[in-house]
Design a protein around this ligand. Structure first.
Ligand code: GLY
Length: 352
């Protein structure tokens, strides 16, 4: 088992390993003993792991209340959030009780936001079951739900008590979900580590899961330690996300987050090369690795729709969007662009 310590406004451990489920009683006991735990999951994950995790939490001395939401991005909404809070209220969950998010990014973000706001904030544990959640969304305390007019528009920072990541959970992950997680892994490599990038080309993520999760999480730990509240370097983690969130919005959230981020990374890399801010061959390298992992590199949503969606994203402050652009594999920078410049970047990335 690997342990990564995150130092933020609340410091905590991320534990990664095969067979970790068997130790959840011991690992969760300090946070759960003698308390109620609201165990949130979705209808894909709960039938697979809900009972096993529930038993372990009970062995840790908790009274467990299981709560299941429908799987998919549509559950990351105000209506589900409200239902969850009401459930907690009628079950007399108090400020000393905790929540546990068993699932992927949707469950983690929804549970985190409920924990952050219920009675002005209670503790929660992340138990990621997808690659995307393991390498990114379960770490760093970003919590949110979507509004009708934008992704993650209602949210706050609320660090978890711990992240417990059993890599065996990934064995039952549908192929498409695995690919989506791979997009986020590739993102880390493009942002900050060309050697890691090469290792992903040479050896599939599946064959080095524990190492990959530790590597990504360690990079995120460093960014979160420097910039917990996303005002500076942490924004680098948004590589591919400005275009990607626009793709998600244009598709009515039928394009999965990881697929959209892949398209976004490819497009912004092509644009960066055309704009002369990035080393020649970078876009090709990004497209090659994305294709190798079965991820898309093009989008055909119209430019005007993409631009409008990107400008209503929260990475825009109305006059400036902080676009993350590669300079070469392993190095990216934050480029503040006006809406007119963003249009040019999108065009240069191949959006028509
Ligand atoms: N998922 C990007 C971040 O946590 O900052």
């Amino acid at each position: 088992m690997r342990t990564i310590r995150v130092n933020a406004s609340r410091s905590y451990n991320i534990l990664v390993g095969s067979g970790l489920l068997g130790s959840i009683d011991r690992l969760a006991r300090p946070f759960c003993a003698g308390r109620s735990v609201v165990l949130v999951s979705d209808d894909n994950v709960a039938p697979l792991y809900g009972e096993a995790v529930r038993e372990r939490l009970e062995q840790a001395g908790a009274r467990v209340l299981s709560y299941t939401v429908p799987h998919g991005e549509h559950s990351k909404c105000i209506a589900e959030y409200e239902r969850l809070l009401e459930f907690m209220c009628v079950n007399h969950i108090s400020r000393s009780d905790v929540m546990a998010a068993l699932g992927g990014g949707v469950v983690g973000d929804l549970t985190g936001f409920a924990a952050a706001t219920y009675q002005r904030g209670i503790g929660y544990i992340q138990i990621p079951t997808s690659l995307l959640a393991a390498v990114d969304s379960s770490v760093g305390g970003k919590t949110a739900v979507n509004l009708e007019h934008g992704k993650n528009q209602a949210g706050c920072f609320h660090q978890p008590l711990a992240v417990l990541c059993d890599t065996d959970f990934l064995n039952t992950l549908p192929e498409e979900e695995y690919r989506c997680g791979s997009a986020e892994v590739i993102k880390y490599a493009v942002i900050g580590d060309s050697v890691f990038f090469d290792s992903l080309l040479l050896q599939p993520i599946r064959e080095q899961t524990e190492y990959v999760i530790e590597k990504c999480v360690a990079m995120k730990r460093d960014l979160v330690a420097r910039d917990e509240f996303d005002r500076g370097d942490r924004m680098l983690l948004n590589l591919g996300h400005t275009f990607g969130h626009a793709v998600e919005a244009c598709s009515g959230y039928t394009v999965l987050h990881g697929q959209a981020v892949a398209m976004g990374m490819a497009a912004v890399s092509r644009a960066a090369e055309k704009m002369g801010v990035c080393e020649k061959g970078t876009a090709k390298a990004v497209e090659t690795i994305l294709t190798q992992y079965g991820l898309p590199t093009e989008t055909d949503y119209p430019l005007d729709d993409m631009l409008e969606a990107a400008l209503s994203d929260k990475k825009s402050d109305g006059s400036t969007v902080r676009l993350i652009v590669p300079e070469r594999i392993g190095r990216c920078r934050i480029e503040p662009v006006t809406p007119a410049q963003l249009r040019e970047w999108m065009k240069a990335g191949g959006v028509k």
